[in-house]
Design a protein around this ligand. Structure first.
Ligand code: GDP
Ligand code: MG
Length: 582
């Protein structure tokens, strides 16, 4: 959604030259008009450029990365950011409390610890930042929004209860994000605790303790009795050193919103995890669709601070509007720039909410083949037996050229966590004899996540196989839109405008058009321009005059008929269900 002016600036050509080129392609655009992707791609090629389309937030993301790559010597070590996950009641909250308290005990913070969604702990070997929103749903929800905040995951498993369904979910979510995992075997103070058994159970899920030659650190702890908490922290710091985490504290700060709310007294307040750079009082910033100027900052202990560097969680005041968790926060040059970016994002956001977010789908696989030779799957089934059978069959499908990646499987309905995982990992969800929870269904349809339900294992396998072989191509169906009669022809540079009258239905810009003369189709092409008088319009209804430009055709005659159709893709199954008429 770039304007003619912006595109010209990026290619360093004169806007007028670009407009001329566009005209040659039958596209009549003004300098401030936004181009669609097809038009922009083609016109860029004309200038010898290859167009890469990025999403609205990635643009800044790319700039950031580019800047950091510029200057490796300005990179300094930064504390790791840790998320605690695990099954309910295994002690996530208790562990976070125990860790927080270990710092208070050291007298680092005198007063009450204010809850701001994250906190930092000082250890003799370095600092560690903990996200205070335990659970893999929050973690993956962030990731689904494109925010990678966590460097390390601590999985808490109760030494009494052992590996439970959400333990497995948590492991799969962490693995899908390719984040190193440290295991905290909790509740070792209890009589029934069996930490060795936990190690065995977890090795079934791909977590091998270091002491057995694997690569995962295990620490036996008791959150309640405060046993081995220091050891756990030490292991986290050690693992972080291996990760060699770095950031540039000199550059303008950027980070991610962990939570935001409207405070009746203080206005909009957001907890931001600074990921790199420095955020200072007085800095102008954009955050999601909002912007502002840092009025005040509070650290995790509730103390006012002047600046915050990499891996520091801070509460920021001075935001116009309320951002959302997962929004990107970036310090920008000045207030004006902040306002401009926010305005543009709002505009894009309104337009984008109309267009669906694109995710991986079985049908779309073929077009992606060159790019991504991998299909990620989340699989849910009614019983363990079927689940195992499907898993076994799927495993046999991977080929050296094409990898199937079963990122999560489990018994039961597809829940919100499954959908979030699929969204974050660009996976499809396959269901066998189970349903989708209503909340999950909502999220899936909002984010465009493909969910397929099956009653026969063979069908499921056949579809996946077909998808891998690129056979599940969609069927393209033409839906008639309307027709117009050509009444007058205007020659223009590089083409012709057909002054027409809409006889039936409607004509729409972007629709496919057939030029028909004496019953024969002379040409088929896209309607690249549609005008009512001097104005560009999206559609023209029956009974109105309009000017039509059809891509690649200039030889109109009066009396020609222009028929517009839209092309819809319909999913084709390998084993089509018998049609109801038979
Ligand atoms: P979460 O659901 O994972 O956040 O678990 P909580 O932290 O809320 O803990 C669940 C229950 O287990 C609470 O009653 C805790 O007191 C208890 N608990 C947590 N850690 C320990 C521990 O190390 N030992 C014992 N005995 N109980 C614990
Ligand atoms: Mg809890």
């Amino acid at each position: 959604m770039i304007t003619v002016r912006e595109l010209a600036e990026k290619m360093e050509v004169k806007p007028n030259d670009l407009i001329k080129k566009l005209m040659g392609l039958g596209i009549f655009a003004t300098i401030n008009q936004r181009l669609d992707m097809d038009a922009a791609t083609i016109v860029c090629q004309e200038f010898g450029f290859e167009l890469k389309v990025v999403s609205m937030y990635q643009e800044e993301e790319i700039e950031k990365k580019a800047k950091e790559a510029e200057n490796p010597e300005s990179l300094k070590a930064r504390p790791p950011v840790v998320t605690v996950m695990g099954h309910v009641d295994h002690g996530k909250t208790s562990l976070l409390d125990a860790i927080r308290e270990s710092r208070v005990a050291e007298g680092e913070s005198g007063g009450i610890t204010q809850h701001i969604g994250a906190y930092q702990v000082k250890t003799p070997k370095g600092e560690v930042t903990f996200l205070d929103t335990p659970g893999h749903e929050a973690f993956t929800a962030m990731r689904a929004r494109g925010a990678k905040v966590t460097d390390l995951v601590v999985i808490v498993v109760s030494a009494v209860d052992g590996v439970m369904p959400q333990t497995v979910e948590a492991i799969d979510h962490a693995k899908a994000a390719a984040v190193p995992i440290i295991v905290a075997v909790n509740k070792i103070d209890l009589p029934g605790a069996n930490p060795q058994k936990i190690r065995q159970e977890l090795s079934q899920h791909g977590l091998q303790p270091e002491e057995w030659g694997g690569k995962n650190i295990f620490v036996d702890v008791s959150a309640k009795k405060r046993l081995n908490i220091d050891q756990l922290l030490e292991m986290i710091v050690l693992q972080a050193q291996i990760l060699d985490l770095k950031a540039n504290p000199e550059r303008p700060g950027y980070g991610i919103v962990l939570e935001a709310r409207l405070d009746p007294r203080r206005g909009s307040v957001a907890t931001v995890l600074v990921q790199s750079g420095m955020v200072k009082i007085g800095d102008s910033f954009v955050v999601g669709l909002c912007h502002g100027k840092v009025k005040a900052m509070l650290n995790d202990a509730g103390a006012r601070i002047e600046s915050a560097g990499p891996s520091t969680p801070v509460e920021i005041l001075g935001i116009t509007g309320t951002p959302q968790a997962g929004d990107a926060f970036s310090v920008v040059r000045d207030e004006r720039q902040a306002r401009e970016i926010a305005e543009k994002r709002n505009l894009l956001y309104r337009e984008q909410t109309l267009a669906h977010q694109r995710h991986m789908s079985l049908v779309g696989l073929k077009s992606q083949m060159g790019v991504k030779k991998e299909l990620a799957i989340v699989l849910k089934a009614d019983v363990q037996g079927s689940l195992q059978a499907i898993k076994d069959s799927l495993e046999g499908l991977s080929t050296p050229e094409y990898r199937l990646r079963l990122i999560h499987s489990g018994v039961g309905n597809a829940n919100e966590s499954d959908v979030l995982l699929a969204a974050a990992s660009d996976a499809v969800i396959l269901l066998f004899h189970v349903e989708v929870d209503s909340r999950a269904e909502e999220v899936a349809s909002r984010d465009g996540i493909e969910i397929r339900k099956y009653d026969v294992i063979y069908d499921l396998i056949a579809d996946v196989k077909a998808a891998m072989e690129g056979l599940l191509e969609p069927e393209i169906v033409e839906v008639p839109l309307g027709k117009a009669e050509v009444r007058q022809i205007f020659k223009i540079k590089g083409g012709a405008v057909a002054g027409s009258f809409v006889l039936d239905g409607k004509l729409a810009r972007g629709a496919s058009a057939k030029v028909i003369r004496g019953g024969n189709i002379l040409h088929e092409g896209k309607i690249t321009s549609l005008k009512r008088f001097k104005d560009d319009v999206k559609e023209v209804d029956k009974g109105f005059d309009c000017g039509i430009v059809v891509d690649g055709f200039a030889e109109f005659q009066t009396g020609d008929e222009i028929r517009a159709v839209t092309k819809e893709t319909r999913v084709r199954r390998l084993n089509p269900a018998p049609s109801p008429h038979v």
